[in-house]
Write a protein that binds this ligand. Sequence first.
Ligand SMILES: CC(C)(COP(=O)(O)OP(=O)(O)OC[C@H]1O[C@@H](n2cnc3c(N)ncnc32)[C@H](O)[C@@H]1OP(=O)(O)O)[C@@H](O)C(=O)NCCC(=O)NCCS
Length: 139
Amino acid sequence: MQIRAITPDDHAALFALWQRTPGIQLRAEDEYAPFCRYLARNPGLSLLVEDEGAAVACLLVGHDGRRGYLQHLLVDESWRGRSLARALLDEALARLADLGVHKSHVFVLRDAPEALAFWLAQAGWGEREDIAVFSTRSE
Ligand SMILES: CC(C)(COP(=O)(O)OP(=O)(O)OC[C@H]1O[C@@H](n2cnc3c(N)ncnc32)[C@H](O)[C@@H]1OP(=O)(O)O)[C@@H](O)C(=O)NCCC(=O)NCCS
């Protein structure tokens, strides 16, 4: 089992993993072309864990030069509770720190109690109560 950077060739396997994982919401940005753009913009940061060639856990990681942004952290159900999520987070934050990015955010849906419980349990991570997030979209 090893952690390695995600490449465009991993898209089909990861898309299947996202689709079968409750709690992961798929967006237009998860399609192949935007996925490749994201990886190219954030080289070597998004990570997966594979076992005998099969992806069993993953984390998408990007940054804007100041802050890191994490998305789609997931571990396939039969692989949970083995510290794979922790290992992915540690590796991602180390890679961001190497780039001079020392602070990162993750946005968690309020109606995702398991995900909220996970993030509340992570040492070094704190829920922000001083910030409201506003979003927009343009075509
Ligand atoms: C959340 C998820 C990624 C955790 O994966 P995992 O590999 O089982 O997590 P780990 O084994 O690395 O756990 C790391 C720590 O978090 C704790 N933890 C794991 N899942 C937890 C949960 N649901 N609630 C509270 N704490 C949790 C573990 O006890 C462990 O704590 P420790 O280091 O003190 O022992 C996995 O349950 C998952 O894929 N869920 C569905 C997708 C999802 O909701 N992702 C979050 C999107 S924001």
